[in-house]
Design a protein around this ligand. Structure first.
Ligand code: HEM
Length: 486
């Protein structure tokens, strides 16, 4: 989930109702203004909760003629996105996906191209995880760089988002190309900055998905030109690396994504298959889609450290658990994960509270579907209210309280966390980076907490936990002082 070109703020595509539309009952309608309908709808956690309380699981919004159905609650979201997945997996075919994602790179792909690319990613991830250079090993290499960054700051204020973004970008790069950038590489920090800014610019340019002509206005109020520049620069870095990668002699057992992509191209050519979705152009868009798709985990990590500095008691519980199970002489690994239930509970609690994917992109209905006695009509957009699951008081008592203990039972075991995974979406379009995100969060957070006490920057008040919405839900920037405790 991601801040994609379809934000949930409005639309210009006509809702084509089929012939017997008079018989259809739409879900309750949230009143909007005469001219723009519900254009002022913002996909924030409080907005979803308010609409949900007022109208129930399904709510109709209409903006500039486009019907949009907000879907809330675990049961109804599952019914719409999973049980009816074949009719609800597509994104609307709007400007941003065509212009910047060029209808490829999984995230921005449609129809058969998406199906083929998604299958390729799933198969490749399986291949990567069955070898020694598995996802964990890519993350673990970069965790060392992360710790180096913290060490270099020597207890002085450190800009957390920058460290997180740069190292995350290196993990993605490493999975794509089989090797990471050296610590401190300038291309890497530039690339991380471009990706971060592109994420924000996509959110700012959401309105272009409905009124494409706005891009011709003088100036750059809707960030179309800036986004064009950022996207082109990111693709340039990916292309340069892919070109170098093609020249390289690969080990027989190499499993990185770009090499696997090249192997798939070769297989398709030999089999005389249609190369749609697997051309050299798609290879670049694929790298771009991965860099872009991974953005939510940078925000989830930024939320994690912000929650930790707000809750020193939680940090000290985590340190006790880590000291007991791992000690101080080696870094945590994924094998330690089952023995660290409290640390895991903290990660689930951050994912739940922060609900990063609160503004997950709209989907579009490819056929009428019947849900809860209503008809959700073909061509209507679906606005997935994923955060309503995380904030549902019938699932999580006192959802507004940060309480990792809610996921630990009387025997000290982890429980009741499963529904938090819906933050990674539900149904056929579920996040392809879910396992990577969980590895990244676990290894980075536990390695930092094992070694450092987490303090606020002296002289500054703690940054609020309210956050801001830029397509995804993100914390405001903040600095921390991390003091070595070993
Ligand atoms: C906390 C971290 C993350 C969250 C909450 C998250 C959430 C999501 C959500 C909600 C979607 C569905 C978007 C849609 O409807 O189109 C999605 C898709 C996707 N995510 Fe993630 N994501 C996370 C991390 C990552 C990471 C680390 C990657 C690594 C590359 C990644 C790659 C992708 C890709 C490629 C898709 C597109 C899947 C498709 O279109 O079939 N995500 N993610």
């Amino acid at each position: 989930m991601i801040s994609l070109p379809v934000t949930t703020t409005g639309g210009a595509i006509q809702n084509k109702m089929s012939k017997n539309s008079s018989a259809k009952i739409l879900p309750p309608r949230e009143p909007g203004s005469f001219l723009v309908g519900n254009y002022d709808f913002k996909p924030t956690i409080p907005t979803y909760l308010e609409l949900w309380r007022k109208h129930g699981d399904l709510i109709t919004l209409v903006t500039f003629g486009q019907t949009m159905i907000v879907v809330c609650g675990h049961k109804t979201l599952t019914e719409v996105l999973e049980q009816n997945g074949e009719n609800t997996y597509e994104h609307p075919f709007v400007f941003g996906f065509r212009e910047y994602f060029e209808c490829s790179g999984i995230l921005g792909a449609f129809g058969q191209v998406w199906k083929k690319q998604r299958k390729f990613v799933i198969d490749t991830l399986r291949k990567i995880d069955s070898g020694s250079a598995n996802q964990e090993s890519h993350v673990a290499d970069v965790v060392e760089d992360f710790l180096k960054d913290v060490e270099l700051a020597n207890g002085q204020p450190i800009e957390m988002k920058k460290v997180i973004n740069t190292n995350h970008c290196n993990i993605i790069f490493s999975l794509l190309f089989g090797e990471k950038f050296e610590h401190g590489d300038e291309t890497l920090s530039r690339l991380a900055g471009l990706v971060e800014e592109a994420g924000y610019a996509v959110s700012d340019s959401g309105v272009l998905s409905f009124f494409e002509w706005l891009k011709y206005l003088p100036g750059d109020l809707f960030k179309a030109k800036r986004l064009r520049y950022l996207v082109d620069e990111i693709k340039k870095v990916v292309k340069e690396s892919a070109d170098k990668h093609k020249e390289k002699t690969h080990d027989a057992d190499a499993t990185d994504f770009i090499y696997s992509f090249m192997q798939e191209q070769e297989r398709m050519t030999q089999a005389g298959e249609d190369m749609e979705g697997f051309t050299d152009r798609d290879m670049i868009l694929f790298g771009f889609g991965f860099l872009f798709g991974g953005i939510p985990v940078t925000h989830a990590l930024a939320w994690s450290f912000l929650y930790l500095v707000h809750h020193p008691d939680v940090v000290s519980n985590m340190q006790k658990e880590i000291d007991n199970i791992i000690g101080k002489n080696r870094l945590p690994t994924m094998e330690d994960r089952p023995s660290l239930p409290y640390c895991q509970a903290v990660i689930y609690e951050v994912l739940r509270m922060a609900s990063v994917s609160s503004g997950a992109p709209a989907h579009v209905l490819s056929a009428d579907i019947e849900v809860n006695g209503y008809t959700l009509p073909k061509d209507a957009w679906l606005i997935p209210g994923l955060s309503t699951i995380n904030w549902d008081p019938s699932i999580h008592t006192e959802p507004e309280k940060f309480n990792p203990g809610r996921f630990i039972n009387d025997e000290g075991q982890l429980f009741g966390y499963e529904k938090v995974y819906t933050s990674f979406f539900i149904g056929p379009r579920t996040c392809l980076g879910q396992s990577l995100a969980m590895i990244e969060m676990f290894l980075i957070i536990t390695s930092v907490v094992q070694k450092y006490d987490i303090g606020n920057e002296p002289g500054n008040p703690l940054v609020s936990l309210e956050g801001i919405y830029k397509g995804v839900h993100i914390p405001s920037p903040y600095n921390l002082c991390l003091k070595n405790r070993l």
